[in-house]
Design a protein around this ligand. Structure first.
Ligand SMILES: *Cc1c(COP(=O)(O)O)cnc(C)c1O
Length: 399
């Protein structure tokens, strides 16, 4: 039977557990599994090496882990895909994707900025043997070469919240598969597969875990892609730890509630910040940007989420002074947790991105990124207001 997402979030990871007689998927910490039947063990190993998700014997936990598999099955369902493959971090997921895509011998990737700083650096530095063409969203078709293995975009993009039109990218990419980093949206607000994407990436460290206590990444995709990703995961040893998988399964059950509560806070804060005399600009899906961006928001997302960015009428020092003056909101990288976090991308998350590219994609030195949590709204606003008033002294005002 087909259910609504709100139901699937609670039940999808439990279904396999129920079949095994559990109410909650168990945490399986074994690293190895007894192999009393050698022929069965050999056949199982062969199956994993071919990229299969499971076999009669798990053999070794780098090849398969039951707790992780429950999380993957749930993610496949939530993203509307055949399968999903989980990793030890978002960067491990993206690395595996680059390696899996390059396995065909085609090493060229087309990507649209801005993306998460780590992804930008990984694609640009060529560590994994790939080449990259960074293009504007409407220049993807022109950048496709015979050896292009993948098109990669992130929407909403980190940290400017700029949206990329997934369907338009897919149309330009033709035969080339499109991967969408949907970390900021979660399956609650956006399902890239419906717009034609082949692969959906999440840093599960963020909203999916949601409590700041698990590092993980996941790629939702077809069975074919999943098999290639698992082959890479086995060889590079990038499997997710079962405790992490357990925490993610627990996180999924409340994902929709958390996303909607944080979004309600963010919507109100975005409005108040826009109206504040010391604030220069606010970046928030559906609110900022061109008419085309707002129209795309309506088509592609069911809500703006809870990450916003803003600039003060001041320089980078004013931005840092604001952060230093906060008493409740935590200065920290990462996002998507139940608590509110703030950071200056040019100083931290996007520090490793080429400076010119950074400025070109709108990441100014005084830009602040705020990941809004589920605290009481007025407590958050009071903290921001008092810190802003301390941050803006005449010396900090931009000329
Ligand atoms: C954090 C993040 C990543 C990297 O994920 P990790 O879990 O930190 O490795 C990738 N993409 C986006 C959009 C992110 O926010």
């Amino acid at each position: 039977m087909k259910h609504q997402l709100a139901t699937d979030l609670v039940h999808a990871a439990r279904q396999g557990a129920t079949a095994g007689g559990w109410h909650v998927p168990p945490i399986d910490l074994s690293t190895t599994y007894p192999t009393p039947n050698p022929a069965e063990a050999s056949a199982s190993l062969d199956a994993f090496v071919e990229g299969q998700a499971s076999a009669a014997n798990p053999v070794y936990s780098r090849l398969h882990n039951g707790t992780v598999r429950h999380f993957e099955t749930a993610m496949a369902k939530l993203e509307g895909c055949e399968d999903a493959v989980a990793f030890a971090s978002g960067m491990a997921a993206i690395s595996a994707l680059i390696l899996a895509a390059g396995g065909s011998g085609n090493k060229h990737i087309v990507a649209v900025r801005p993306v998460y700083g780590g992804s930008d650096h990984l694609l640009s530095c060529g560590l994994l043997g790939n080449q990259v063409s960074w293009v504007e969203a409407d220049q993807v078709a022109a950048a496709i070469r015979p050896d292009t293995a993948l098109v990669m975009v992130e929407t909403p993009a980190n940290p400017t919240l700029k949206l990329v039109d997934i369907a338009a990218i897919v149309a330009q990419a033709g035969e080339v598969p499109v991967a969408v980093d949907s970390t900021f949206a979660t399956p609650v607000l956006q399902q890239p597969i419906k717009h034609g994407a082949a692969l959906v990436i999440h840093s599960a460290t963020k909203f999916l875990g949601g409590h700041g206590d698990v590092l993980s990444g996941v790629v939702a995709c077809s069975q074919d892609w999943a098999a290639r990703l698992r082959q890479v995961r086995i060889l590079t040893g990038a499997n997710l730890h079962p405790l992490g998988a357990y925490l993610l399964i627990r996180g999924l059950a409340t994902l929709r509630l958390r996303v909607l509560a944080a979004q309600a806070n963010a919507l109100e804060l975005a409005g108040r910040l826009s109206a504040h005399p010391l604030v220069d600009r606010v970046y928030f899906p559906g609110m900022s940007g061109s008419a085309a961006q707002r129209c795309l928001f309506q088509r592609q997302m069911s809500g703006p989420g809870s990450v916003l960015a803003f600039t003060l009428r001041g320089d980078a020092l004013a931005a840092e002074t604001l952060i230093a003056g906060l008493q409740l909101i935590t200065p920290a990288v990462s996002l998507g947790s139940v608590d509110t976090l703030i950071q200056r991308p040019a100083g931290l998350t996007h520090r490793i991105v080429d400076a010119e590219a950074l400025a070109g994609s709108g990441v100014s030195p005084n830009l602040l990124r705020l990941s809004v949590g589920i605290e009481y709204l007025e407590d958050l606003w009071a903290d921001l207001e008092q810190a802003m008033s301390k941050a803006i002294e005449p010396t900090h005002l931009a000329a």
